[in-house]
Design a protein around this ligand. Structure first.
Ligand code: DGT
Ligand code: MG
Ligand code: MG
Length: 297
């Protein structure tokens, strides 16, 4: 639709507004004298060929968990809600190949070839953080039922670039190792308190200076708990990837002479699927070769 020039260019200078302007005048009109402030914006384009990782972390979730009576050491409602929000991020935003989450954090890995938002770090990070935060509030009730959300939660975000598959895998291994170390500590600590009758201070003292093997031994010999049999979601965290899943649907169709009939149709759909497994070793990556892109280009 053709609009009058005066509508297309809102900022008309005095010298130009009476008659239909010349081309140079239009060019001048398109820019205001304030336009130069754009040049103060910094270029935050992420380096080409690198994986772009956006990591979010809950703000002061120690307090948030206490106030909302999260069960210790792991609250499955809270962990489920975190995964739901991460799925929403993957479904709403483009080019996230894999996401990994534990505790109050989630990392989102954008394909190294993504050109989403021209690879601008601030755009990528703020879209992830705002989609995640609004989802946390939106889906709260699905996980916490009648327990109300007492105040709006916040998440910080950061962007880190990884230039090789090895670097990216080491990053994800680092997060999963962190999950393991914290969960083994927290499981032993809360078992000593909840089942062993120790005070928080006594449990802390008991665990001070211990290694992983010591904690495993405490759990096994004193409480008959084999740590390796504990819930994989708690031990390994959550890895979300896109997978092709077959779906069987029942549809009503009208067949000539026969009338309405029910038929079953199988169709393949891309879906975000959660895995609670080791991502440090090679097996996961060999089983899902599409997640990583070639190193050599
Ligand atoms: P920040 O990130 O510097 O703003 O501070 P926080 O308090 O968020 O600290 P952070 O991120 O190092 O640790 C996560 C906190 O979230 C940690 O204090 C325990 C809490 N949290 C996360 N998931 C659970 C859960 O499932 N159950 C309980 N009880 N607490 C949890
Ligand atoms: Mg936090
Ligand atoms: Mg954290």
């Amino acid at each position: 639709m053709l609009r009058p020039v005066s509508l297309l260019f809102g900022r008309i200078t005095n010298s130009c507004h009476r008659t239909l302007p010349s081309t140079s005048c239009v060019r001048a009109m398109a820019k205001s004298k304030y336009e130069y402030v754009r040049d103060f914006e910094t270029d935050d384009t992420c380096l080409r060929n690198c994986y772009i990782v956006v990591r979010l972390d809950g703000r002061n979730f120690h307090r948030f968990a206490d106030q909302h009576k999260f069960t210790k050491p792991n609250d499955d409602r809270a962990l489920g809600l975190m995964s739901r929000c991460a799925r929403s991020v993957m479904e709403e935003l483009e080019d996230i190949a894999v996401a990994y989450g534990q505790s109050d954090e989630f990392s989102f890995v954008f394909k190294r070839s993504t050109n989403w938002f021209k690879r601008r770090a601030s755009k990528l990070m703020t879209h992830v953080a705002s989609q995640f935060s609004s989802s946390y509030v939106f889906y709260w009730k699905e996980y916490f039922g009648e327990q109300s959300l007492l105040y709006p939660p916040g998440f910080d975000g950061r962007v880190v670039l990884y230039p090789s598959n090895r670097n990216l895998r080491d990053y994800l291994s680092w997060r999963q190792a962190d999950c393991h170390i914290n969960n083994l500590y927290n499981t032993t600590f809360w078992t000593l308190v909840q089942k062993g009758g120790l005070s928080n201070t006594q449990a802390k003292d008991r665990l001070s200076g211990t290694f992983s093997a010591d904690k495993n031994e405490i759990l096994f010999s004193e409480f008959n708990i084999n740590y390796n049999n504990e819930c994989p979601l708690h031990r390994k965290g959550t890895t979300l990837i896109w997978e092709k899943v077959d779906e069987t649907l029942t549809k009503k169709v009208t067949v000539p002479k026969e009338g309405e009939k029910e038929v079953t149709v199988t169709r393949s759909r891309r879906k975000v699927v959660a895995h609670y497994c080791d991502i440090i070793g090679d097996s996961f990556w060999n089983e899902h070769p599409d997640i990583l892109e070639e190193d050599s280009f």
